[in-house]
Design a protein around this ligand. Structure first.
Ligand SMILES: [Zn+2]
Length: 1157
């Protein structure tokens, strides 16, 4: 709204006419209107052709009234009708003359700023019209007229939304003009100063302009300006200027040269200092966040302190002479950070493209990936079909179970021998162990963990073996002492023995005695866990580095803590505080130690006696390096997945030599996911050996000041992918010199699975439960991948009962294809235990179904502590279309088993692959539906005639009622192209399994139901596994109908079921975090409304009479400055009312701008 009219003017009639044209926009078909040009078009055309000042002013006035009164839609409408072009033409016509008429130019510029700000193509249009340089020229001539200059600057700002226009203005010294005019103004001209800085910031959207600014040394000038304005303290007026300056600095630092200049000009130090002040003053608080983000962004890029990004674990793949090389070792010198952050933000915005819309691909089954002849081999994995149940009736002899186990081990041998001819048989292994040293060959000894080829020398083995056994308790002498003390307290009088324990030459049997005694004294009674079985299982596990040490928690066992663990409330400004501390590291050397205290590849490393000790060379462990940064702060670097240089996220390591009651800060500095539930209430887990020995063998959620944010580290060798994130958390240990374990999530090792299956096998009632463990295949490293069959034994050997058993539909459950998702294993553990239990539901499920479980699809990955991949550096859950029999054996044979079941008419009724989820809360399922995919994608395919069985919703709906952690609303049934090679999609599409799911369990906790606000523990995860079984009852009901007809009913989907919004955007099987979080990465962008209010305030004041009191800028009832101009606020009000629905007051604007009523 402007008040420039020297002559008086009313436009009542036209306003109504115009209103008519606005509203016509809402009608669907505007072309149907008989009138070819709307009121606005008439106005615009008049504006461009108007010769005289008065009518131009009138039109500008009317336009401004209209645009000020409505929403942005009006402006967009005007833009669509050529509004920007008309204004630009008028600008050029007026501005070109020798002495431009500012009476017209000023309102024209103001209007152009408002409209242009909403026109994405304004820059290009301005260039076309020749308005860009003209405006710059006008600015040059009006440096001394603050008000005119401000108007030009706003227009330059909006023009700069186009890169080419910004470059044009930059190349014509626009940046110099603006930079130099800033000091011309005093605090009396705040508008002009702010307009100048904002225009300057806008021009910095291009690399060329940033380089220019850097080369001219303007960055240091901007920093000094910031310092000055900041020094004006909490004077309200200074804050917006400071914000604008920070915006400039943010723009400059989008590029590498800008960041370097910022740092070399002391930018970080300056901001560090000013921010300290901000924190103390309420008025300046808003400057903290953008300053902190600037510091975070500009901390000099530092390579990770590694000699290679390649994993410390390399495994020679069959058929390849060397491990996968560093794929993109070429350093990218000129890598710009500029687009990265934006790119990441936008990356997740629209995933609809990913939905499969090709109906053929959705419905047609591809040909099998292998010849039929290869399928009969899988008949061995269906022992229930050939078993004759001879043993039924011989109750006293649990023969079935023993047959099962003996057949399983011979099976295991056979498969492994077959697959890995180089592998020694068990007998050979026994012999070699016995040959090396009889003292180490006792059953369960760790010598067996050393596969051939990993054994350097018998002597070393012996030493290691000793180490392993003592390290079952601890890995450092001091912590061993601690453990011994704990033991002594409970068991005085055994001192002599205990001292022997630490002697280097202590002998195996004594170790065993010690462990036995410890277990006897301190061992908790943990259901389904036997430490000795675990040790025996671990002894056979083959790892790349040849692990010989057990992590205490896996060996000893874990009991969920008695209490639920709530998500700790997130303290505000944690990230800010951590970035401060990080910046401090850069600014000062005081208290900075920076010493490597652990290196997975350098066991000879000596660490100072007062530092923490780290260790991770055990199953699932994956700490690669630890650097002591300050006295109580450590940077931790995770090992990349074996044979790769990436996928770091999962961690598990041992820490000891701590001082109690001191907060230690840990920074895992090479995380890769762009966000994490660690920002939303999730805590890592900790296990204390001391606590375990005192009867509390719990993994507990722990840590304070947890935060996850992008950091300044890059890959060690300039790998292209340079973005890393820091997970920081602080831990205050309870005991001095304890031995503790820290992990991303509750660890669950491969050996734990093996031991667990052994325990189950021993526990099941062989008369009731048919439980058979077999080997699906050997893995690349030669570990057997177990497959378990569970069903009910037939009631008798009568034909009818045997027939019933052999016709039970199959349910296939798989899990842990992603090693970092240990929660999947805990859920699977719950499922296994429930299915073997005496629960009546379990009994009826066993009677109704045959369960085939492959609890760990990726044993090698799990063992070697990888996060995502198998040893062939592939994500196995992307291999299902054509799995390689040699490189992805577990997937190849799981798919083979499924093909086989299909080929004998036993296509599974349900398939579910258990996963873990690091970025969402709750537990939920992903399924597959043609119709939902087509609907969600907005596909034009007519789905009316499409038949689809809605049965895929039964299980999720049942779970929603049964399982407190389950969230139906988080489920979706969309088929994405990027997921076309996952288990869920392939089993659905190729095998025709209607109920084919991925079950995602949160790493964090729940935000609904009775677990709301709680983190999940292993108890809840196991319960989930049992509840999943319960939900399978819901598909038994129709069994008779289904199987008598041998058909699945085709019914139309019940549309009412679709009462929730499906989410369909995810990455790595995971949707992004949806919650709001203090996780900003940039200055907030200048909003249209801000610009408008700046422009409006410029309008209201008289030419060249700048107001000093900025505090009143926003006041609505500003007084007229008294030279006969209109009352802008009253005008606004008037036009609002005229255009609004409340017309009964019948107002109009008089010649003097007064309200007539
Ligand atoms: Zn997964």
């Amino acid at each position: 709204m402007f008040g420039y009219g020297r002559k008086n003017f009313t436009w009542n009639g036209t306003l109504r006419e115009l209103e008519g044209s606005w509203s016509s926009r809402r009608r669907p078909s505007m072309t149907a209107s008989p009138s070819s040009s709307s009121g606005i078009e008439v106005l615009l055309s008049t504006l461009q052709n108007a010769g005289d000042v008065e009518s131009t002013l009138n039109i500008l006035n009317v336009l401004d009234e209209l645009l000020s009164a409505g929403t942005d839609r009006r402006i967009h409408y005007m833009i669509s009708k050529g509004g920007s072009e008309a204004l630009l033409t008028a600008l050029v016509n007026t501005g070109r003359s020798f002495s431009p008429n500012y009476t017209i130019l000023l309102p024209l510029l103001h209007l152009l700023a408002k409209v242009g700000h909403r026109d994405r193509r304004i820059g290009v249009k301005a260039e076309d019209a020749g308005a860009a340089l003209l405006t710059l020229n006008l600015l040059r001539h009006n440096v001394k007229h603050a008000r005119r200059a401000a108007a030009c600057l706003w227009v330059i700002q909006v023009f700069s939304s186009s890169v080419s226009t910004a470059n044009l203005i930059g190349a014509n010294h626009g940046l110099d003009v603006i930079y130099r005019l800033i000091p011309h103004y005093t605090t009396q001209h705040l508008h002009a100063i702010k307009a100048a800085i904002d225009a300057f910031a806008a021009l910095l959207c291009t690399k060329a302009n940033v380089s220019l600014v850097v080369s001219k040394g303007y960055v240091s000038g901007l920093l000094r300006l910031y310092e000055n304005w900041h020094g004006k303290g909490s004077q309200h007026a200074a804050v917006p200027i400071c914000h604008s300056l920070l915006r400039c600095l943010h723009k400059v630092t989008h590029s590498t040269v800008g960041r370097q200049e910022f740092v070399s000009q002391g930018g970080i130090r300056l901001l560090y200092g000013t921010t300290q002040t901000c924190l103390l003053s309420k008025g300046l608080e808003s400057l903290v966040e953008p300053s902190v983000q600037l510091m975070r962004k500009c901390l000099p890029i530092t390579p990770l302190p590694l000699t290679s990004d390649q994993s410390a674990y390399n495994f020679p793949l069959p058929g390849r002479s060397h491990a996968v090389p560093d794929m993109d070792a070429e350093p990218d010198e000129n890598s710009e950070e500029s687009d990265d952050e934006e790119a990441e933000e936008n990356k997740e915005a629209d995933f609809d493209d990913d939905l499969e819309t090709d109906l053929n691909k959705l419905r047609l089954r591809p040909d099998p990936d292998r010849p039929k002849e290869l399928l009969p081999q899988y008949s061995r994995l269906c022992p229930e079909l050939s078993h004759d149940f001879q043993e039924l009736g011989l109750r006293s002899e649990p023969e079935e179970s023993s047959t099962g186990s003996s057949s399983s081990s011979s099976d295991e041998e056979a498969v492994l021998l077959n697959r890995f001819p180089f592998h020694t048989s068990r007998r050979d292994r026994g012999r070699s162990a016995a040959g090396s040293d009889s003292s180490t060959s006792s059953p369960g000894s760790h010598s067996e963990t050393e596969p051939k080829g990993h054994t350097p020398a018998a002597a070393q083995l012996e030493a290691r073996d000793f180490h392993s056994h003592s390290s079952i308790l601890s890995t450092s002498p001091s912590s061993r002492t601690k453990v011994r003390e704990a033991r002594d307290e409970a068991h005085l009088g055994q001192r002599g023995d205990n001292q022997d324990d630490v002697e280097e030459d202590a002998d195996e049997s004594q170790h065993r005695t010690m462990i036995d005694r410890l277990l006897e004294r301190h061992g908790a009674c943990i259901p389904h866990h036997e430490p000795k079985l675990y040790r025996a299982a671990a002894a056979k596990t083959k790892s790349i580095p040849g692990f010989s040490i057990l992590a205490f928690p896996d060996f000893w066992g874990h009991l969920p803590p008695p209490e639920h663990e709530p998500m700790p409330p997130r303290k505000s400004n944690i990230q800010r505080q951590k970035v401060f501390e990080d910046a401090q590291r850069f600014l000062t050397t005081d208290g900075i130690i920076n010493q490597v205290v652990f290196d997975l590849e350098d066991s000879s490393l000596q660490c100072p006696s007062d530092s923490l000790r780290f260790f991770s060379k055990f199953e699932c462990g994956n700490l690669r390096k630890a650097v002591q940064v300050r006295r109580y702060e450590y940077d931790l670097i995770l090992n990349a997945d074996a044979n790769t240089n990436q996928h770091t996220q999962w961690f598990y390591f041992e820490v000891s030599n701590m001082v109690a009651d001191v907060p230690y800060r840990f920074n895992v500095i090479n995380c890769e996911k762009s966000n994490s539930q660690f920002n939303y209430g999730m805590q890592p887990v900790l296990y204390s050996v001391r606590e375990a020995l005192e009867g509390r063998p719990h993994w507990v959620r722990t840590g304070t000041e947890i935060c996850y944010y992008r950091n300044h580290f890059c890959a060690a060798r300039g790998r292209r992918r340079t973005t890393f994130y820091t997970l920081t958390f602080t831990i205050t240990f309870k005991h001095n010199e304890d031995v503790c374990y820290l992990a991303y999530h509750y660890p669950y090792t491969y050996s734990a699975l093996k031991a667990h299956l052994k325990v189950l096998q021993k526990l099941v009632d062989p008369a009731k439960v048919f439980f058979q463990q077999q080997v699906l295949c050997g893995t690349l490293a030669g570990n057997p991948c177990p497959v378990v069959t569970i069903t009910a034994c037939p009631a008798s050997r009568a034909w009818r009962d045997i027939h019933q058993l052999r016709n039970r539909p199959c349910i296939v459950l798989t899990g842990r294809v992603h090693p970092g998702e240990s929660n999947a294993s805990w859920v699977m553990k719950g499922t296994l235990e429930f299915l073997c239990s005496s629960d009546p539901v379990a009994q009826s499920l066993r009677e109704a179904f045959v369960f085939k479980l492959i609890p760990m699809l990726n044993p090698d990955g799990v063992i070697n502590g990888t996060n995502r991949c198998d040893l062939n550096s592939e994500d196995l859950n992307r291999q299902w279309c054509k799995p390689d029999p040699v490189l992805s054996p577990t997937i190849y044979h799981t798919k083979g088993l499924l093909y086989y079941l299909k080929s004998i008419g036993r296509t599974p009724l349900v398939f579910c692959d258990y996963h873990g989820h690091s970025r969402k809360k709750n537990v939920f399922l992903y399924g597959c539906s043609v119709k939902e995919t087509l609907w969600q994608s907005g596909s034009a395919v007519n789905t009316v005639g499409l038949k689809e069985d809605p049965g895929y919703r039964t299980i999720p709906k049942t779970l929603d009622r049964l399982a407190p952690a389950f969230s139906f609303n988080s489920c979706n049934y969309l088929v994405e192209k990027s997921r076309s090679a996952t288990a869920r999609v392939v089993v659905w599409r190729e095998m025709g399994v209607l109920r084919s799911y991925t079950m995602e369990s949160t790493h964090n906790g729940c935000d609904q139901g009775i677990y709301k606000g709680l983190q999940t523990g292993t108890r809840e995860l196991q319960d989930m596994g049992a509840e999943f079984c319960h939900s399978l009852l819901s598909v038994t009901k129709d069994l008779k109908a289904l199987y008598s007809q041998r058909l699945i009913r085709h019914i139309d989907l019940d549309h009412n079921v679709l009462d929730h919004k499906s989410h369909n955007c995810f990455e790595d099987d995971e949707p992004p975090c949806v919650e709001e979080i203090e996780y900003s990465t940039d200055c907030p962008a200048l909003k249209g409304a801000d610009l408008d209010s700046d422009v409006n305030s410029n309008t209201a004041s008289a030419d060249e009479e700048e107001e000093g009191d900025e505090g009143r800028r926003g006041e609505k009832h500003r007084q007229s400055s008294g030279n006969g101009l209109l009352f802008p606020h009253l005008m606004r009000q008037a036009s609002d009312e005229m255009l609004g629905e409340k017309r009964n007051t019948c107002t109009s604007v008089s010649v003097n701008g007064q309200i007539l009523s």
